[in-house]
Structures are given as C-alpha cells and as structure tokens.
Design a protein around this ligand. Structure first.
Ligand SMILES: Nc1ncnc2c1ncn2[C@@H]1O[C@H](COP(=O)(O)OP(=O)(O)OP(=O)(O)O)[C@@H](O)[C@H]1O
Length: 749
C-alpha cells in the first residue's frame, strides 16, 4: 500500500474531523470481535508519522476499511482523520483531545463561535458521545460544567429581582427576535404544581422526561416540583472537568442564554416551545404520531434587522440560566420534545438533527450614552440524526420518509465536508452549503463575514466527531467515512494469481495424478510448455485488468469530485445571478424614485402656478363687480301684495266653484252666492272634497311658513294659528308667489 494520506491542514479546514469507534455492546458483538469479524481496522502509528513535527503525538489517525468477503471484489479503502479514538476511549479523553476546552475558550474570550457535531450511521454512538449515558456525562454536560464554572463569579441571573430591567434589555439587544424567559419561570412552568402551572404566565409548557439523558420514554406525565431535587441528584457527575475551568475578567458581567431547536424534514422547530395539548383532566398529552408538526410553527433561518450580516434562527424561545442545574433542566425539556423513534437499527433513534445552543453574552455599556447592550458568542452542540439503510432499519411510512430526508441532508453535509479540502487549498470554490437547512446552519458561520459592520467577527471553530461501529453496516459506514474523512486512498485488492494456480496445478507431482486401474497416469492433451505459455498470457491480461480497475476507481473518484465542483459552481452562479438581479432592481428603484421626485416637483410647481393665476383672475373680477341687492319691501307694500294675492285666490276659488256647479247639476248653489270662508267648502258635495283638501293644504302651508320664517314674536300661538291665509302670507310674499306657480295653470284645477 502507498504511504498513508496526510490529513488536511488544520488551520484552514472548516471542521476538525475526529473518528470515534464504538465498543461492542452485546455478548454476541464481543464474540464477533474475538473471531476477527470487524471490517474496520486502526492503522498503527508509523515511525515516519510520529517524526513529523506537526504530528508529533503518537495517536492513530488512519483506518482501513476491509470489504467483506462477498462475491464482489471491492477496493480496500484507507481514511485519514485529525485523530482516531479507539473503542476503549472514554468520554473525558474525547472531550479533552478534541479541543472542546479551546472551543469554549473561543466563546468566552476570543469572540469566536464554537460548534461541535456528531456524524455517523444510526446506532454508532453519536448521542452517547454528545449526551452521555446514565453514568457518564457527554460533550454537552461537560461543556456546560466548564462554562458555568468559568463564569461563576460574573454570571447574572434573570431571577434576580433587584434588576428588573435585565430581561427587557436582553430582549432589546437580541438580534434573533427571541422570546426570553427567566429560568425560574420556565422551569416552574414545567416542574411546578399543575394548579400553579395553569396560573403561570407560560401555562402550556411541555413536560420533561424522567431520567437524564431522557431517551427512555415519551409518555412521562407532568413532573411535580418535589421530584426536581431527586432528578438533579440523579444527573451523572462524572467525568470531572473542574481542572478545565477558564479565567474571565472578574469585572465583567455575563448572562447565558440556552435555546434548543431541531431540523426535522428540512424545517426548523423550537424544542422549548410546547408541542403538547391539554388532555382530559388537564394532563398534557401528545396527540399522536406527528402531532408536533401540526402544533409547532417552523422557524426561519434568516437575516434580521439587528443582524443584517449573518443569518439567525428567528423567533426562538431562550432561557436565561445562571447555573449548571438550570441549564440541565432546560436541556431535558428540549430533549423531551425531540423526535425519537425506535427503528430496527436503534431502539431510541434520533429522527431529527438536534441543536443545543449556549449563548454567552457580556454586558457592554456605551461610554457616551451609558446605554447597556449584551453581545457575545455561541457554543452550539449538534446531535445529528443517523444515516441508515431502509432495509436494515425496517422503517416504513412516515419513518421511512424521515429517513429519506435524513439521508439526503447528510449527503449534502458530506458534499460540503468534501469541498472543504478545496476551500483550504486556496481554491475559492464555494462550499455548497445552501442546499439544505442542515448545511446552512452548520456552515453559514464558517466564513469570514464580508459585511462592513462585522469586521471583528471571526469564523467559527468547528469540530466533527464521526462515530462508527466496526461491526455495523459496511456500506453505510463506508459512505459516511468517504464523506467525512480528511483524506482517502483506494487500493485495489490483488486477485489471487491465476498463473500461480495453473502453474501449481501443472507442477502437480505425477504421484498426485489420478491413476488408471492398470497403473498408468492419465495423459494431458497439451504439453507443459503450452500450459506455461497460456499461464503467462493470463498473467499479462490479469495485470492489465488490475491496472484498468485501478484507473476506473480513480476515474470514479475524479468524476465524483467533478460533480461536486459542478454543483458548487452552479450554486456560485446562482448567487452571482441573484446578486446582479438585486443590484439591477436596486438601481431601477433608485431611478424610479428620482423620476417620481422630478415629476412631483414639476406637478407642485404647476399647481402653484395655476393657483396664482386663479387668484389674480378672482382679484380682477371682484374689483369691477358690485353686488345689487333688492331693498326690503315696506309693510304697506307687503300688505298690498298680499291683498292682491288674496283677490287672486278668491277669484280662483270662484272659478272652481263654477266648475263644480257645472259638473254636478243636482247640487247647484244659489245664484249669486259666493264662498267667503274656506270652512264653507265643507258644505259642498263629495266631489269637491279634493278641492277642499287643496284649500286646507294652502292654509297649512301658510301657517307653517309663518311659523318658520316670521321675525320678532313669531312663535306660533293658537291665536296665530287662526290667522287667515292673507295675514299669514303677508309675511312671506315671495314664497307665496312660488306656491302660486306650484298650483299650476287654472284649467288643470
Ligand atoms: N462509546 C460507547 N461506550 C459505550 N456504549 C456506547 C458507546 N457508544 C454507543 N454506545 C451505546 O450504543 C447504543 C447506541 O448508541 P447511540 O444511541 O448513541 O447511537 P446514535 O448514533 O445516536 O443512534 P441514532 O442516530 O439512531 O440516534 C446506546 O445504547 C449507547 O449507550
């Protein structure tokens, strides 16, 4: 085999990649190891490697993957990692040797985000590494311990009522539009008395599972407060990490915000938001299989107003924790919400990618205005869902669909990890991390920001711990290792030599040849020389064949790399196109705005000119025009006018009488008789009732006119009501004239 591949430079790689091998768990597995059935072997540290100055530690970094002895002839693969942890490695060793302490240091003192994630086939030990077991703490718990120990003298609690402005000031300066809770409120609503909880502000908080690491049951009922202390005592206290405590400025003030979310089917869900519904008797229950999907709103990973240069998960719930115990309670709550299902490969398989975030914020007081802001960095711990083969996992329906999404997102992650070698070689090819939510969340913070306001922000430090079971599924493990390894080398196995087989058969001693019954050996149909010549020919062809197989394997790798590059370029072109479109759009909007302003100015000027013109015209007109008003008539004139009208009405009445008499011969009035009062009209026949009504209306109009329009003591009194039409109409001659017209021509009546 050729010299082992060198791991990529650790200074420029986006992720440090470690491999951890899972020990056998069952007796059967242990027996298989004894029989040498493992296909994954750790390469011993070679002298040349340990002499290398940059790699002076004597830990293994390479493994070989020996394909199983099936009918297919597959190449032996060799992979390189930053370091390989063998089966016997303990949690503390992994914590210390992966540089978790330096990741925490970056968050506390260097202004650098940190990220640790586990990647592996389902059941290979990811959750064990990240979350630990009932007796051993995982990376998360140890990180929390180191962090809270380091901040013990400077940390602030949101439950400290001396400063009620803490939560509002945290909320105001949080760039992710988060809802921020104090730990006490949050934990009370979960572990408090149910009756108290229902009164609490956060009434519908989800319950938690009973035991750390919370991977055993979903149906745990509401947990009363009296169990809280027992639960805290049950948390594993080992390994001890007190020796890793960091020093921070004792005059500073810090807060720690804990948030949790999961990526499920390429959507982000808050794990600290309730997904439970109140059931009968006030007990919180799950609605069934995928009820969470219905209740929880997917969150966006986006740039916000306060964070224009980097994307954040917007709208999360965040809990201010001031101690290890508080943070553990929040962690348990979130884990309880996470989707976990039993599959054929693992009884408690994670069906989503879980993110646990610890934001350490430092108080910053503006010297000029005394304003308080909180800024800091985040340590993110990621427990990725395991890749699996549907056949092995025996999944179906929704779980199978989940597996498809999990495998797809892991494939994208693998592509990004492979591309990081190009990135670190100075190649500007973009790592194609925008292909899914998972890679966006893991990589978007890995690059130096080009935004003007964020020149101080460093790219994150990231660690990937790849877990593998040396007795597990060969194909799935090989795929994960291919994705994640820092370097890979393929060696084509030598096919057992046909020549040697033939030659050995040709050189079979005559004693071993079958003999006939008469003692003679069976003759060969070809001579030994012919056979040797044929064997040599076969050797030559076999060698050619091996070279071709090797070339094919290399071509295959080159093709995969070319495909990845193509994808990356496509992504880059899409980005460039998007940028150009945005630029064009911005330019067009700017021009439109300019044009709009120009038109607005011209329009305003035109309106001003028009108004000026109109004013001038009005001035001219008002200068030359005098308004003539009719003089008020004197009382005598009005009396004359009314009398004239009276006469006119009487003559009209007379005309009407005549008309009635002419139409009704049986009721002829006496000759020469006249009607002097409207009341006399009632004596007329039924046929004249219309006329009578007309007279009454005339009288009413006049009275009404007098009531509404007379001046001085014009209030309508009973006496005034008896005023004759003549007297009433004297007050309003013009109106009466108008009514005269209303009555219409005489002949119509
Ligand atoms: N280093 C280890 N030492 C002891 N036991 C381990 C170790 N790694 C894993 N295990 C055990 O193996 C089993 C499966 O591990 P775990 O649940 O961590 O797998 P996983 O990769 O997280 O699976 P999934 O992706 O399905 O969630 C568990 O019972 C765990 O306790």
């Amino acid at each position: 085999m050729n010299p082992p591949p060198k791991p990529a430079s650790s200074q420029t790689s986006l992720f440090q990649v470690y491999l951890r091998l899972r020990p056998p768990i069952t007796k059967e597995e242990a027996a298989n190891v004894q029989r040498g059935e493992r296909y994954l072997n750790v390469e011993p540290v070679v002298a040349a490697e340990s002499q290398d100055e940059s790699l002076q530690d004597s830990h293994p970094k390479h493994i070989t993957l020996q394909p199983p002895n099936d009918s297919r002839k597959r190449a032996v693969e060799k992979f390189a990692f930053t370091r390989v942890f063998e089966e016997e490695s303990k949690q503390l060793e992994v914590f210390e040797s992966t540089g978790m302490a330096s990741l925490i240091d970056g968050v506390l003192r260097e202004g650098r985000d940190g990220l640790v994630a586990t990647l592996g086939v389902t059941g290979s030990g990811k959750s064990h590494t990240i979350l630990g077991s009932k007796s051993q703490r995982g990376m998360t718990q140890m990180s929390l311990d180191v962090l809270f120990r380091s901040l013990s003298s400077t940390i602030r609690s949101a439950d400290n009522f001396e400063d009620p402005s803490l939560l509002p000031s945290l909320s105001a300066t949080d760039p992710s539009e988060a809802q921020i809770f104090s730990a006490r409120n949050f934990i009370d609503s979960i572990y408090g008395d149910p009756s108290e909880r229902s009164r609490a502000s956060r009434a519908q908080t989800p319950m938690s599972r009973a035991q750390t690491p919370m991977l055993d049951s979903f149906q745990t009922p509401v947990i009363p407060r009296r169990h809280l202390n027992q639960r805290l005592a049950a948390l594993p206290g080992t390994p001890d990490v007190s020796h890793l405590t960091k020093l921070v400025d004792p005059d500073s003030e810090h807060v720690v915000l804990v948030s949790m979310y999961e990526v499920y089917n390429d959507r982000i869900f808050d794990l600290l938001s309730p997904s439970l519904v109140p059931g009968p008797g006030g007990v919180m229950t799950r609605q069934g299989g995928n009820s969470q999907r219905d209740r929880r709103r997917p969150l966006l990973f986006k740039s916000t107003e306060a964070s224009p240069d980097r994307k954040v998960v917007a709208g999360l719930r965040k809990v201010v924790c001031s101690s290890y115990e508080e943070a553990m309670m929040v962690l348990e709550t979130g884990l309880n919400e996470r989707r976990i299902a039993g599959t054929g490969s693992n009884n408690v398989s994670s069906r989503s990618h879980g993110f646990f975030c610890l934001e350490v914020k430092k108080k910053v007081k503006s010297r000029r205005y005394g304003e308080v802001t909180w800024a800091g960095n985040t340590l993110t711990v990621v427990d990725l869902a395991g890749s699996e083969r549907a056949r092995n996992a025996k999944t179906a329906g929704a779980t199978l669909a989940e597996a498809g999404k999990i495998n797809e997102s892991l494939m994208y992650l693998g592509q990004c990890l492979q591309m990081q070698s190009y990135f670190q070689d100075g190649n500007k090819t973009v790592v194609p991390y925008r292909q899914c939510k998972l890679t966006e969340l893991l990589f978007s913070n890995s690059f130096p920001s080009s935004h003007l306001t964020s020149h101080n922000r460093h790219p994150q430090k990231a660690i990937m711990i790849v877990t593998a079971d040396p007795l597990g599924d060969f194909n799935a493990t090989s795929q994960i290792l291919r994705y994640s390894a820092l370097a890979r080398e393929v060696t084509v196995p030598r096919i057992p030599s046909v020549t040697s087989t033939i030659l050995s058969s040709s050189s079979i001693s005559s004693q071993s040849r079958p003999q006939t019954s008469n003692g003679r050996t069976t003759p060969y149909s070809a001579s030994t020389e012919d056979l040797e010549e044929a064997a040599r020919e076969i050797v030559r062809i076999t060698d050619d064949c091996e070279v071709l197989i090797l070339k094919l394997a290399e071509e295959e790798i080159a093709r995969q790399e070319a495909e990845l590059k193509l994808k990356a370029f496509e992504e880059k072109f899409t980005l460039i196109e998007q940028e150009i479109r945005e630029e064009c759009w911005a330019e067009m909007e700017e021009r439109m705005e300019e044009e709009r302003k120009r038109w607005q100015t011209a329009w305003d000027q035109q309106i001003g000119r028009n108004e000026e013109h109109l004013d001038k015209k009005l001035e001219l007109v008002s200068r030359d025009i005098k308004i003539y008003e009719d003089p008020e008539p004197t009382p005598d004139e009005r009396v004359d006018e009314l009398e004239r009208e009276n006469e006119y009405l009487y003559s009209k009445i007379a005309a009407l009488e005549r008309q009635i008499n002419a139409q009704s011969p049986t009721h002829k009035p006496k000759a020469g008789s006249t009607i002097h009062d409207t009341s006399e009209l009632s004596l007329l026949s039924n046929e004249s009732s219309d006329l009578e009504n007309a007279f009454q209306k005339i009288g009413t109009f006049k009275l009404a006119d007098q009531y509404h329009h007379s001046t001085g003591s014009t209030k309508l009194t009973p006496k005034a009501a008896k005023v004759t039409p003549t007297a009433a109409s004297a007050k309003k001659p013009r109106r009466v004239t108008a009514r005269k017209r209303d009555l219409g021509p005489e002949e119509d009546l």
